[in-house]
Design a protein around this ligand. Structure first.
Ligand SMILES: Nc1ncnc2c1ncn2[C@@H]1O[C@H](COP(=O)(O)OP(=O)(O)OP(=O)(O)O)[C@@H](O)[C@H]1O
Length: 232
């Protein structure tokens, strides 16, 4: 990638405001939040429960719209786009990993990774090739025929990771991706995430409560009174 291309953040959140109604009372969760995610950089989002980490990730991933502010993807403002265009950007530019793997139980690991590519319109043969490559890269070449229930927790999460990067997104957003795993397995999945950042230069934002993992990422941010603050 040329240096010029890196001058624009992959995702830029500008002055994001988000309120939820709690009965009659508005609850302000994000209040002027600003955050730039850069190619090849991993960012840990570390903040207490209920401060808005998932909300921020959903807004960055175009899964939820802010009440005020703008989400730029590759320099393009997204608020004025149609739902179809937003969905298109989400499918091609952004990968999401959740705390629980959310794989489809009746499909194999390979098929789970093929699906997002097929939805995007790639030919079946191409999706098989690419899904096989990604799963092998993540150390799962002898597990591709297994269904999620036949995989360990760490393997399931690595398949979910493979699915998230199947369409070669420019941003990968992960909400407590190792939260359900024991420390050793969490470490394994975390290393896979870091390996992907280095290999693909994806911009990564990971919400985590794990300070050890956060300490091993490129940058740490938190949420204070609805704003993003840099830690360190
Ligand atoms: N759809 C919604 N309607 C109303 N309130 C919501 C909604 N989504 C989230 N909230 C509230 O907004 C606050 C922030 O939620 P969010 O899930 O973003 O926090 P979080 O930092 O990710 O928490 P955790 O670490 O526990 O996952 C919480 O108080 C939550 O109850």
């Amino acid at each position: 990638m040329s240096e010029g291309a890196e001058e624009v953040p992959v995702v830029y959140l500008h002055e994001i405001k988000r309120q939820y109604m709690q009965g009659e009372t508005p609850l302000t969760i994000l209040n002027g939040a600003k955050l730039a995610l850069w190619a090849g950089q991993s960012v840990a989002l570390v903040a207490p429960s209920g401060t808005g980490k998932s909300t921020l990730l959903h807004i960055a991933g175009l899964l939820e719209s802010p009440d005020e502010g703008e989400v730029y993807v590759g320099g393009t403002p997204t608020s004025g786009l149609s739902d179809v265009d937003r969905t298109q950007i989400r499918r091609t530019e952004i990968g999401f990993v959740y705390q629980s793997h959310r794989l489809l139980p009746e499909f194999s690991a390979l098929e789970n990774v093929m699906l997002p590519q097929m939805i995007r319109g790639l030919k079946r043969g191409e999706t098989v090739k690419r899904a096989t490559e990604i799963l092998s890269y993540l150390g799962l070449s002898d597990r591709i025929k297994h269904r999620p229930a036949e995989l360990s927790g760490g393997e399931q999460q690595r398949v979910a990771l493979a699915r998230a990067v199947a369409n070669a997104p420019r941003a990968l957003l992960a909400d407590e991706p190792t939260g359900n795993l024991d420390p050793n397995t969490a470490d394994h999945v975390f290393q896979a995430l870091m390996q992907l950042v280095k290999a693909t230069r994806v911009a990564m934002l990971i919400a985590t409560h794990n300070m050890d993992l956060a300490g091993r990422m490129d940058r740490r941010v938190s949420l204070v009174n609805g704003e993003v603050v840099e830690l360190d």
